[in-house]
Structures are given as C-alpha cells and as structure tokens.
Design a protein around this ligand. Structure first.
Ligand SMILES: Nc1ncnc2c1ncn2[C@@H]1O[C@H](COP(=O)(O)OP(=O)(O)O)[C@@H](O)[C@H]1O
Ligand SMILES: [Mg+2]
Length: 257
C-alpha cells in the first residue's frame, strides 16, 4: 500500500464546515511536520482563498487538470510561509467541469489518476468537496482512501445524511471498494445551546465510535481567519478554534496505524 493517504471532506449540505475543516485539519497536520496537499475541489474556491491564494497568483488550476489533462505538478502552489502545506487551487471555472466531463470515458476516475502522479510526494492529501453529490464529489470519493463528514450541530443535521451514506456505499460498491468513513466531525458546537447537545446525542446514537471525540466549537476566530487568507492556526493559535483543530489533527494521527 502507498504510504500516503487521501481524505475527502464531504457533505452535500453547504455551510457545515467542510472548507474550514479541510483547511485547518491540513494546517494541523502540517504543524505536526506532515507533508500535506490540500486539493480545492469546490468551484467556490474558498479553500484556495482561505490559505491566501487569489486568482492572479496562479495560471493553471483543478479545472485544467479535469478538462485539458494538465498534470497536477503544474498546478501546485505553496502558500507563503506555510512550509509543509501545498495547494491545488480552484476557481469558478471548475463549475463547468462536471458538464464537460460527462461524455468522458472513466469520468469518475479523473481525480484519482491525477493524484496518483503526486501521491508519493505527500503524507496526506485532503480534498475539500463542493456542496453537492455530483461528479466532482464522486471523483473525490473515488480518489479517496477515506471520507471525513463534517456535521453542523443543528436541528436538521441528520437530514441528507442518509443520501450521503448511500452515495458513499454506491461509490464503494462500484468505483472504490476500499473506501471507508474516517469519521463524523461535529462542528460549530455551541455550549450555550441545549439543542446542540441533543443533536450530538442523536448523531452518537446512530454512529457510535465513528464520531470523532474532538468537537469543533463555534468560534469567531474560525470565521475571521479566511478573510485574512490564513488558517486559524496561523491567525490565532491560542483561540479555541485553533486548539480544536490541533486536537482533531492529533486524534486523526492517533487513529492511523
Ligand atoms: N466552528 C466554527 N465557528 C464559527 N464559524 C464557523 C465555524 N466553522 C465554519 N464557520 C463559518 O461558517 C461558514 C461555513 O463554513 P464552511 O467551512 O465554509 O462550510 P462548507 O465548506 O461546508 O460550506 C463560513 O463562513 C465559516 O467561516
Ligand atoms: Mg466549502
């Protein structure tokens, strides 16, 4: 087996903390001296801007890999001062990739083949998925060894989860037989809200030890840091948000063997 591991951060719901978790788990692992590649697979490009990369900083991005066969190596960018974190950026063009991919043979395997050419250069590759279950997410799940599912601790958290689990099962059955769930991550936890605890209990009842012990609190530093183009670990390492993602990184690493 390859020494590197690919993790897709997926949930078709928007605003549940996928990008925040992708960027900051990547940063937490990089802080532990792991070589990390962050792949922005969302046309919104929030992971790209979240680590301080803007259009104009790069020429080729994931769209070109999908549609013109640009090699991954030609898209890699190292955000300034982020020693062991590398990025494959995205831009709004990527939204068209799903349509353009449609007639392509083996269209679900494009990202897997792309990452195969750089896998050995990294310890962990983290893919930030878009809020849909379309071809970009299917490509990510096909390329991944495991999937991490962020869930916002709110009333409708479980809604849509069945659909996501169904998609993961069907990818596992036909495209990627060794795919497994890395864990469910509770995000935006608000201790002052009783409902949050009910949602936590409900999710734990269904998913037991598949739920990460680390819970990500609601923390304003986490929502501020992207506008500064910084991970929360660079922006304010003493914040509860940074501490939580560092703890998640540690829990994640303990779970690997
Ligand atoms: N733990 C948190 N505390 C406070 N704000 C958060 C937290 N996690 C995410 N956010 C904010 O919530 C919004 C949605 O998060 P995001 O990670 O972009 O979700 P997704 O990628 O699933 O759409 C963003 O504005 C983000 O900054
Ligand atoms: Mg996102």
């Amino acid at each position: 087996m390859s020494k590197s591991k690919v993790i897709a951060i997926a949930n078709q719901k928007g605003g549940v903390g996928k990008t925040t978790s992708a960027v900051n788990l990547a940063a937490a692992l990089a802080r532990r001296r792991k070589k990390v590649l962050l792949v922005d697979s969302d046309p919104q490009g929030n992971a790209t801007s979240g680590v301080g990369i803007h259009s104009g900083d790069y020429d080729k991005h994931l769209y070109h890999c999908y549609t013109s066969g640009t090699p991954a190596k030609e898209t890699l960018i190292v955000p300034r001062e982020k020693r062991s974190l590398t990025l494959i950026p995205s831009s709004i063009d990527l939204a068209a990739a799903e349509m353009e991919l449609f007639p392509v043979k083996e269209r679900e395997y494009v990202l897997k083949k792309l990452l195969a050419t750089v896998r050995e250069d990294f310890d962990y590759i983290i893919i930030d998925c878009p809020p849909s279950l379309g071809l970009l997410t299917v490509n990510s799940l096909t390329a991944a060894d495991s999937v991490l599912i962020p869930m916002q601790c709110e009333y409708f958290a479980m809604e849509g989860l069945a659909q996501l689990i169904k998609t993961i099962r069907s990818v596992k059955k036909s495209l990627n037989t060794s795919l497994y769930i890395e864990g469910l991550l509770l995000t935006m936890f608000d201790k002052r809200n009783r409902l949050t605890f009910q949602v936590e209990e409900e999710i734990k009842k269904h998913f037991g030890d598949q739920v990460f012990k680390t819970v990500i609190p609601r923390n304003v530093r986490l929502s501020e840091s992207p506008s500064h183009g910084q991970t929360v670990i660079d922006y304010d390492i003493k914040s509860t948000g940074a501490k939580a993602y560092i703890q998640l990184g540690n829990e994640f690493l303990r779970n690997q063997n």
